[in-house]
Design a binder for this molecule. Structure first.
Ligand SMILES: *[C@@H]1O[C@H](CO)[C@@H](O)[C@H](O)[C@H]1NC(C)=O
Ligand SMILES: *[C@@H]1O[C@H](CO)[C@@H](O)[C@H](O)[C@H]1NC(C)=O
Length: 332
């Protein structure tokens, strides 16, 4: 019951969860009930029923509003992602969800002890089809090298590139080695069609193959960089993506382009639309965004400072994004 209502509330806001909690409390209290309590509980029960009735009607009202809204603007959910958010917003989203660096959460977790390790196994899935262009491909590779530089030193990287066919370029390797391999000699621009399903299938096999040096029990994050819809066996693409997610990977997508043909498919590839889908106008925009992510040393020192403040019972300082990105810009 709780699960079901939670699912509903995920879609329609958080009000309903509170309701279920109160009715759960009601059944707990019942075990040691006196007569007076029973009467109070009976009132509670009526209240709960009334509240549920209100909540359910709200759900319907919201549902029908969404319907009207959709008809007016003629947008599907996926098409709303044609809009490219500010570079600052995307920078923080990538840091928070792909790298796992969430300063607010780190400050909160202080009270419960323990900092995130921020180490994971990453697979870059790089689209090298003709629409990306040679220069675009160079920029993508440079952006990935810079991104690697911002990860925890224990993170491992593998790469797959795809156009007419998908090719595994390297198995899971250390940071420095991966930076050395992300160049146009190792990962050439292919300039053909877009065989996304084969790339995703290769990725699933890579993750499940222990000889690929994928580490057990370590989070698997797949980052797909693409500018458009698949056009080879495209009916298989979303099924392959589902298999990849079932293999335990989180799928992140960087969708490149001002207007993206086939955005629906891209949106469905990602594990979620709020944390796993990033929009950039072009590969230069992607480069700028990656440069804005604070370097690993700064994220690490923030975590250490926060941890130390917690140990000493002091109030830790919030993470100063502005300061860190400005500093970093000078260095680049
Ligand atoms: C990756 O590892 C597998 C299994 O050991 C091996 O067969 C394959 O050749 C490797 N691929 C590359 C590109 O190194
Ligand atoms: C690309 O990487 C490979 C493997 O690290 C290296 O041998 C090669 O010299 C590099 N090429 C360029 C152009 O940097």
């Amino acid at each position: 019951m709780l699960l079901l209502v939670n699912t509903i509330s995920d879609h329609f806001g958080s009000g309903i969860t509170a309701l279920v909690c109160s009715s759960d409390q009601f059944s707990d209290n019942r075990t040691d009930s006196t007569l007076a309590q029973t009467r109070v509980e009976a009132d509670d029960f009526t209240m709960t029923k009334v509240l549920i009735a209100i909540a359910v009607s709200l759900v319907f009202v919201q549902g029908s509003c969404a319907f009207i809204w959709e008809r007016k603007t003629r947008l599907t959910i996926a098409e709303r992602f044609q809009t490219v958010p500010s570079e600052k917003e995307t920078t923080r989203k990538i840091a928070k969800h792909f790298l796992g660096f969430d300063p607010k959460k780190i400050l909160q977790n202080l009270r419960e002890g323990g900092l995130p390790s921020l180490s994971f196994d990453a697979v870059f899935v790089i689209d090298t089809s003709k629409s990306i262009s040679q220069d675009g491909h160079r920029n993508s590779l440079r952006a990935l090298r810079l991104l690697i530089d911002k990860t925890n030193p224990e993170t491992k990287f593998a790469a797959i590139s795809y156009s007419n066919k998908a090719t595994l370029r390297f198995n899971f390797t250390k940071k420095e080695e991966a930076i050395g391999k992300l160049n146009v000699t190792m990962i050439p621009f292919e300039g053909g069609d877009t065989n996304t399903q084969e790339a995703i299938d290769k990725c699933t096999k890579l993750i499940l193959n222990p000889r690929s040096r994928a580490r057990r029990g370590i989070a698997k994050r797949v980052l797909i960089i693409t500018d458009g819809q698949s056009n080879i066996h495209k009916t298989k693409t979303l099924y392959r993506a589902l298999q990849l997610k079932q293999a335990g990977a989180q799928v992140f997508v960087i969708a490149v382009g001002g207007y993206i043909k086939g955005i629906n498919e891209i949106v469905s590839l990602a594990s979620s639309t709020d944390g796993h889908l990033y929009r950039v106008r072009d590969t230069k925009g992607l480069l700028r965004i990656v440069k804005l992510i604070p370097p690993w040393s700064m994220m690490e020192s923030f975590m250490k400072r926060t941890w130390l403040a917690g140990m000493l019972g002091k109030k830790p300082k919030a993470f100063a994004w502005k300061k860190h990105t400005r500093h970093h810009k000078r260095r680049m």
